[in-house]
Design a binder for this molecule. Structure first.
Ligand SMILES: [Ca+2]
Ligand SMILES: [Ca+2]
Length: 219
């Protein structure tokens, strides 16, 4: 009887161990089944919210085609300098201009987010997660810069004045096209494109069609 009791204990212990290993492997797989391709690690944003953060997302090698409200992005700045416009959230669902998820054949299902931001942060943690799941399925470190250099929610003469002395330098916060240097052609053109944009003039998310977006869930 004693031997049988020991055998039983061994069997139970083995089963628990196997179950633990299976759960561990499944958890590891669940995370690795997502393949995420960021558009860049150097993002431009604007107080008006008209600059996009786009990511291609695949699941098990297939485009992850979900309703955009199901895929969230969270951005957290771990150094000083990034300012959120009043009412802006740092954690929100994707916004898509079309009525369904765009599938780029070279990349996967493309999701885009628009944040209304000012200032600059060279240590941003971007995480992607599914609605209702606090654990992200993807994280990355990135740099975010905006033409609102002084972070007051407006792109105006003050920012233009700050930009001039930075031309010719490698200051990442003023290198708006992320090519490594601040120049008066390409970077200035971006500043000009966003000139007079402000927090209270959101233009990036106008005409939302979320209400008419059809859910596309893969089996
Ligand atoms: Ca400003
Ligand atoms: Ca540049």
């Amino acid at each position: 009887m004693l031997l049988r009791g020991c055998d039983l204990m061994k069997t139970v212990t083995s089963l628990i161990l196997i179950a633990f290993i299976c759960v561990t492997l499944l958890s590891a797989n669940a995370y690795s089944q997502y393949q995420v391709c960021p558009e860049t690690t150097c993002f431009l944003a604007c107080p008006a919210g008209d600059a996009s953060f786009c990511f291609c997302i695949n699941y098990n090698g297939e485009p992850l085609q979900l309703h955009p409200s199901q895929v969230y992005m969270k951005i957290e700045c771990y150094s000083e300098g990034l300012y959120f416009c009043p009412g802006e959230l740092n954690d929100k669902p994707a916004y898509l201009r079309t009525d369904e998820c765009v599938v780029n054949p070279e990349c996967g299902a493309e999701y885009c987010w628009y944040f209304q931001l000012g200032g600059c942060c060279d240590e941003v943690l971007i995480s992607l997660h599914l609605a209702g799941d606090p654990d992200p399925f993807y994280t990355m470190w990135a740099l975010i810069k905006t033409p609102d250099f002084n972070g007051d929610g407006n792109i105006n003469l003050s920012d233009l004045g700050l930009f001039g002395p930075k031309v010719g330098t490698t200051d990442a916060c003023y290198d708006l096209n992320c090519d490594g240097t601040v120049d008066s052609v390409h970077d200035y053109a971006i500043l000009e494109d966003h000139y007079l944009h402000a927090c209270d003039e959101p233009i990036g998310v106008e005409g939302s069609t979320w209400g008419s977006i059809k859910s596309i869930y893969k089996e």
